[in-house]
Each structure stands twice: as C-alpha cells, then as structure tokens.
Design a protein around this ligand. Structure first.
Ligand code: CMC
Length: 393
C-alpha cells in the first residue's frame, strides 16, 4: 500500500548518489571524477583511469607504481580454475564462460569476500581488475582450442591481455605498440558509465551484502544483452548482414518499421541525445588503427561510414536523436585487431569491471546505503477462491 512513483525503465529515477562519473546527455559530455573522457582517452592510460575511478584522484608517480604492482600481483588465476574452464563446451559463448568463471572466483578467494573489512574489499577490487584479462583470454583460448597462456607481469595491462590472447607457445609473439595503445584506449572508453543496466545490477546485487565476485558476475550477465554491451557484437553481425552499401536504405526502412523488431544496432542511447562522446573518440581511433594495420580499405568500415552518413541525414533518426554510440565503432576496431565478434562483449566486460568495482565500493562505503527494494504497480487479480483440481475446466 502507499503511493509509489511509477517509472518503468527508470528513465527519471536517480537510484543513488555518486561522485564517480558525470554525464550530460544533452551536451554529449562524459567526465570521470571531473576529467573529460576526451582528455583521459588521449592523455592517460587505463591503469591511471582505474586508480582515478577507485580513489577519486589521479595518482602520483609513486601511487601509480604501487597500484600497478598491486594489480600485477594478482594476475594469476588459481590453477584449479583450469578444470572449471575445461568443463565448458568448446562452442560455449565466451560471455557464458565469463559469467560462470567470475562467479566462481568467490569459491576460490574466500579471503576477500568479507565486505565489512576495508582491506578485503580492496583486495577483491584488485583481484577482479587483475584477473579479468586472464579469464577473458582463457575464454578465448578455450574456444579456439589453443593452450592457455599465463600472464606476463613485465607487460602493461593491455599488452599482457593481447599477449595472453594471441600468443601461441610455438611461436615468438611481439605485442604491437599500435594495437596495445588502441586496446588501452578502448578499455578507457568503456571503464565506467554511471548507472547503466549492468552497473545498476551490480549495485542492486551488492546492496544485499553479496560478495563482490558474485556481484560482478551479475553485472556481466546484465551486460550481455544486445541492448547493452552485446550491441558491439550485434553491430558487426548487422554490418555483415547488410553486406553492401546498396542495401542500407532497405535496412533503414526496417529500423523505422514499428512492426519489424529490427533496430539499427550501435545507434541510440538512453542518456545521450546529442552525440556519444566515446563514439567520437573511437570514430577517429577506428581510422587511425585501420590505417596503421593497413586495413583502411576494410569494406565493413566503408559500409559503416556510409550507414552513419545516411542515418544522420534521415528524418526519422534525426528527429529521435539517434546517433552512433560507442558500440558502433568498437566492433570494427576489434575485428581489425583480430578478435572474433563473440569476444567483443567480453572486452567490454573486462574494461567495465573497474567501473563496477568502483561503484560497488562507493555503495558499500556509503553510510546511507540500504538494500535496493523497488515497489511495483500490481496489475493482477484481486482475491479469488481456490478451486480444487477436480472442479477446474
Ligand atoms: N533503431 C531504430 N529505432 C530506434 C533505435 C534504433 N537503434 N533506438 C531507439 N529507437 C526508437 C525507438 O523505436 C523509439 O521510437 P518510438 O518513440 O517511436 O517508440 C525511440 O527511438 C526511443 O527508443 P527507446 O527504446 O524508448 O529508447 P531507450 O532509451 O529505452 O533505449 C537503447 C536506448 C540504447 C536501448 C536503444 O536506442 C537501442 O536499442 N539501440 C540499439 C542497441 C544499442 O546500440 N545499444 C548500445 C547502447 S550504448 C552502450 C551500452 O550501453 O552498452
């Protein structure tokens, strides 16, 4: 009983207060702890952004070195986890493996599941950030039938991830600085995005006192959907389905047709009604990376640019403020870097882990924190008499 505000999809509900990320959807502005995403993407690196999200300030030289040391200390995975991976089917979607493997961390690292202990909370945060690349690379290696590659702590976070993903024991592998920089930038651009579906899921799961590994697994599950993190894979599949520039108008018409479930993947955003600033950074990056990889003539990039051009001139998309979002470009870059499309959402999860962890930590440390318990508008039957089975039609 009582009066509730009915807000399906939470379009106008602030579920928490937070000092981590600011978005002005009208202006197309995104800031972490007051620093613009453009500055961070161009001038910072992912480890520094992780520190900033977790601690609220850019690190000093010594703080950064200490943080990197704390992360690399935890890059290995408990050896027993290998059996867990091997229990999956080879054709399992890597996101299914991620949900399972990250949830399973709570069964391996009991000494960082007590959320009342600040030290354990910090160790859990470091463990999650450190182990995600290892788990993601293992999910990939398992899917292609190659041996797992152990982490190398002399490499940077992005370099080590590329190494664990693409190196094979029989051959020497040198990480390309161009690829490492592009990977790092993609990680920065995905690091946090205030109260999106997966972050809200992490907060809701965490509000009951669940351990951080379980909460992040819940976030990964929420991210998987095509309306959220699954969109990057869906964009690439859509571009492949369109296949040729001549067919763009046909697909645009389908996207406008309310009787057709088809949506233009990588377009639209709940909050940005101008332009997704992450998309603007990645759009430039896509050109740079493809240039440097010698894949500038990639027909998919060409198709994507043409689709973008036509959609941005189309009355339907303009009137509804539907602009390309971050997922529109990331898939093109990731494909050029050699990742299969099934790994795109995994990379999003890897990068978003620091955001999830920072938001979870902020919530736990908030003295006003309560269990999340929304109400509903009940639309079902009123009281009815129970009818015994032999008297039912
Ligand atoms: N293609 C065609 N029409 C669209 C699209 C689209 N991609 N997105 C929204 N619309 C239309 C929608 O049909 C609706 O029209 P109407 O008002 O006539 O009913 C109107 O625009 C508003 O859409 P909505 O579904 O009410 O908007 P929302 O804020 O609930 O959804 C969204 C936002 C991102 C889920 C949606 O735009 C979408 O499904 N986009 C495609 C999937 C995608 O690219 N997702 C990635 C989001 S960014 C990264 C991330 O969060 O992971």
């Amino acid at each position: 009983t009582g009066a509730f505000t009915y807000d399906p999809g939470f379009t106008s509900t602030a579920s928490c207060s937070s000092a981590i990320t600011f978005i002005d959807g009208g202006k197309g502005q995104l800031m972490h702890r007051g620093y613009s995403i453009e500055d961070l993407a161009e001038k910072s690196d992912f480890m520094e952004v992780c520190y900033l999200l977790l601690h609220g300030e850019l690190p000093s030289h010594a703080q950064k070195a200490e943080f990197e040391q704390a992360i690399t200390y935890h890059t290995m995975l408990h050896e027993q986890m290998l059996y867990f991976f091997r229990g999956f089917r080879r054709d399992a979607h890597p996101m299914a493996v991620m949900v399972g493997a990250v949830g399973a961390l709570s069964a391996f690292y009991h000494d960082s599941t007590d959320i009342t202990d600040p030290h354990q909370r910090m160790v859990a945060s470091h463990r999650l950030i450190a182990k995600m690349p290892t788990i993601a690379a293992m999910a990939y290696k398992f899917s292609v039938g190659q041996p797992f590659i152990y982490p190398r702590n002399d490499l940077s976070y992005a370099e080590n991830f590329l190494y664990m993903t693409f190196a094979v024991p029989a051959e020497e592998y040198k990480v390309s600085p161009t690829l490492a920089r592009a990977m790092d930038k993609i990680f920065i651009l995905h690091a946090d995005h205030e109260q999106n579906a997966s972050t809200s899921t992490v907060r809701i799961a965490g509000s009951s006192g669940a351990n951080p590994f379980a909460c992040i697994a819940a976030g990964i599950a929420s991210l998987w959907g095509p309306a959220h993190g699954g969109a990057n894979q869906a964009v690439l599949e859509m571009l492949q389905e369109i296949g040729h520039k001549d067919r763009i108008p046909e697909f645009l018409e389908r996207a406008k047709d309310k009787n057709d479930p088809f949506r233009l993947m990588g377009f639209g955003h709940r909050v940005y009604k101008n332009y997704d600033p992450r998309a603007a950074v990645l759009r430039n990056s896509a050109h740079e990376v493809l240039d440097e990889l010698g894949k500038r003539d990639d027909p998919l990039l060409d198709l994507a640019m043409e689709l973008e051009r036509i959609a941005l001139e189309d009355e339907y998309f303009v009137s509804k403020n539907l602009f390309p979002n971050v997922d529109f470009y990331s898939g093109i870059i990731l494909k050029a870097m050699g990742f299969p499309s099934s790994m795109f959402t995994v990379l999003f999860a890897l990068a978003r882990t620091v955001g999830w962890v920072a938001q979870w930590k902020e919530m736990i440390e908030d003295p006003g924190q309560k269990i999340s318990r929304p109400r509903q508008l009940y639309t079902g039957y009123g009281p009815r008499d129970y009818v015994p089975m032999d008297q039912r039609d």
